[in-house]
Design a protein around this ligand. Sequence first.
Ligand code: CA
Length: 241
Amino acid sequence: MHKARIVVVEDEPAIRRGLTEALRLSGYDVSEAADGLTGLREATSGAVDLVLLDIMLPKKDGFEVLAELRRVCPTRPVILLTARGSESDRVRGLKMGADDYVVKPFSVTELLARVEAVLRRTLKAAEEVQLVRCGRAKIDLRRREIRWSADERADLSETEAALLKYLVSNRERAVSREEMLGRVWGIGTAGLETRAVDMHIARLRAKLKDPAGDDNAEAIVTVRSHGYMAGPGLTYEKGTP
Ligand code: CA
């Protein structure tokens, strides 16, 4: 399965190293950044599950990074690393959409517990939707099946179902091809053809066409020079049919 990837943005070398080491020992895939600019680049590049973000940072402070990150990746989980006593920073951070915060100096145990809690929450939200409707079709993501009626049905391949599920789980935003490569195929973004994503999306769209004629063009929307997004043609239900 996919190993959760965490980006640590912290300029204090000792804290950064300590965090990185502890997270790696706990089985996470960790990237580190020592300033806000590098941090923002890391935090917005492809498949990132969680960002640990210091506030006082060179080049771009934590709030600027958070604001920019929220613009590009509105749902990417962020835990702020805040200084003791700066309650206004914590309130401001939470208002800007941070998921949680820890106060320095924090224990590794506490930090790991917060990380786990935030990841659990976001993974649960992503898994909630199992049944998608598209026109008259019911799509069961777990069974990888599209059913228009008792005798009109089609199967989705594992990749098609995973792609659709990822778009559905992130339905409030557009997902880039690179991110889909990283998250659905589970490999690094470097060198791999983003055309593979387009090919699979094309197949998925073809499968979503109703045999009775409706092409369900609004199911998956193309977002120019970026990627794709679950469109208004899809509606959702929790749980299995
Ligand atoms: Ca700092």
